[in-house]
Structures are given as structure tokens and as C-alpha cells.
Design a protein. Sequence first.
Length: 106
Amino acid sequence: MSWVLLIVAGLLEVAWASALPATHGLTRPLPTALFAAALIASMVLLAKATTTIPLGTAYGVWVGIGAVGAAIVGIVAHDDPATPARIAFLVLLVVAIVGLKATSGH
């Protein structure tokens, strides 16, 4: 169950990171409230996951999901460049996330 919580926490990290530009520097109330709610929920689930998953593994997976997800959102929704090098490095991040899970002992 902790892995499910961790994956949801990572997806919520993608949500808050993706919502951040819409806040215009945290000056727009509704986008800022959505950003804050996703941020808090992500942190709560990350904290719950670390009760059984080692901190370094949990944090690395959480950051990795957030980084890859936010990069994909940037490419799809914000016209960030999708160069072969960027895609290759995103693939390396996914490999690292899978490696952390595979070697966690949980």
C-alpha cells in the first residue's frame, strides 16, 4: 500500500508543479489554492509512504515521478522542447526510479 501512496504522492507533485505557473507568483487565489492543496496532499502521502519505504528510496521515487511528469506536462502543454537529448535524459530518470524500487527491498 505504501508504494501506491508514493505513486499518488508523485502524481500530486506533478499536479502542483504544473499548477504553479497559473498562480502568477501565488497572486491568483483559485490557482494558488489548488496548488497548495495538491502540495499538502503530496507531502502527506509522501510522509505516510516513508513509514515503511526507506526515506532515500521514497524521496528519490517521489522526485523522479514529479520531475518526469512535470517535464512531460511542459512538453505537451507549454511547448517545452522535446529534443532527443531531453527525451533520453527523461528515460534515464525513469530507469533510475525503477532501479530504486527494484533495489529497495520492499
